[in-house]
Design a binder for this molecule. Structure first.
Ligand SMILES: NC(=O)c1ccc[n+]([C@@H]2O[C@H](COP(=O)([O-])OP(=O)(O)OC[C@H]3O[C@@H](n4cnc5c(N)ncnc54)[C@H](OP(=O)(O)O)[C@@H]3O)[C@@H](O)[C@H]2O)c1
Length: 247
């Protein structure tokens, strides 16, 4: 599904520095969108691959890498305007979403929590010293609808679901603290919709073609929503169509 249902007409005047962390399928498309739609924004992609694929090297699961990354961000001349966490993992070497209890194990649960829950919060902690109380700033992170506890009717995917639910709680706490300390900031959790990327590839046979977004379409929808966020709305968990998702 490639054509957006509501082509974006929003003109963006954002300036400063935008960091897209985890430039995979959705992250790369968001970086491209932002660069096109916000010409005064310097958009940098950040990930484990490093140059030439990414502008800055960052492993969000490693504290030393986060510290080196922050040093590199401080070298940039522009004020930090946006940090968008688009990293995450559903499967990988030695990691498969569980269908039943007997497939659950400690190492996989720890890996799911490391990337899908702990990493976004420690990313926020790492960049916080660069915030300015009087300058607009947006922190966004990709969660997933399957992280909604009240929406869980089919079970399975224990680790991924629980880690995304934990991310939601951690980032919700962050939004409450930052509303006091950084009143010009917004914090938003997004569900991108099922999107055709490496993350969803093994599971796409369960998805109707009209419900599978291209990364470009997912990015258009998410950037539309992102540009609308105001500090008064901070702390929400939003789906790609702007609907609030129950926790
Ligand atoms: N696609 C969907 O249908 C869907 C649906 C709901 C939610 N989401 C969420 O959307 C986000 C983006 O997913 P995607 O579909 O774009 O998947 P993707 O193409 O697999 O991208 C994930 C990105 O995360 C990066 N990453 C993983 N571990 C990292 C680490 N330790 N440090 C830095 N970067 C790391 C990966 O980089 P490496 O190449 O280094 O591994 C990759 O660039 C995820 O949080 C996912 O849970 C996706």
């Amino acid at each position: 599904m490639t054509a957006p249902t509501r082509p974006s007409t929003i003109k963006a005047s954002w300036e400063g520095l935008a960091l897209i962390v985890g430039a995979g399928g959705i992250g790369s498309a968001i970086a491209t969108q932002l660069a096109q739609r916000c010409p005064a924004l310097q958009v940098l992609t950040c990930g484990r691959g490093g140059a030439p694929d990414q502008d800055l090297t960052l492993n969000v699961e490693n504290d030393e890498s986060l510290a080196r990354f922050c040093e590199a961000v401080r070298q940039q001349a522009r004020p930090l305007r946006l940090v968008f966490n688009c990293s995450g993992r559903l499967h990988g070497p030695g990691l498969q979403p569980e269908k039943r209890l007997q497939q659950v194990n400690r190492r996989q649960l720890e890996e799911q929590f490391s990337i899908n829950a702990i990493a976004p919060l420690l990313l926020a902690k790492a960049i916080e010293p660069m915030l300015n109380r009087h300058e607009a700033f947006h922190f966004a992170s990709l969660s997933a609808r399957v992280g909604s506890i009240s929406d869980n009717r089919s079970g399975g995917w224990y680790g991924y679901r629980a880690a995304k639910a934990a991310q939601n709680q951690l980032i919700r706490c962050l939004s409450i603290e930052w509303a006091r300390r950084w009143p010009s900031a917004t914090v938003t959790l997004f569900h991108p919709g099922t999107t055709d990327t490496a993350l969803s590839k093994p599971f796409q046979s369960f998805v109707a073609p009209e419900q599978l977004f291209s990364p470009e379409r997912a990015a258009t929808q998410l950037v539309d929503l992102l540009l609308e966020q105001t500090p008064a709305q901070t702390g929400r968990f939003l789906a790609w169509d702007g609907q609030e998702i129950p926790w």
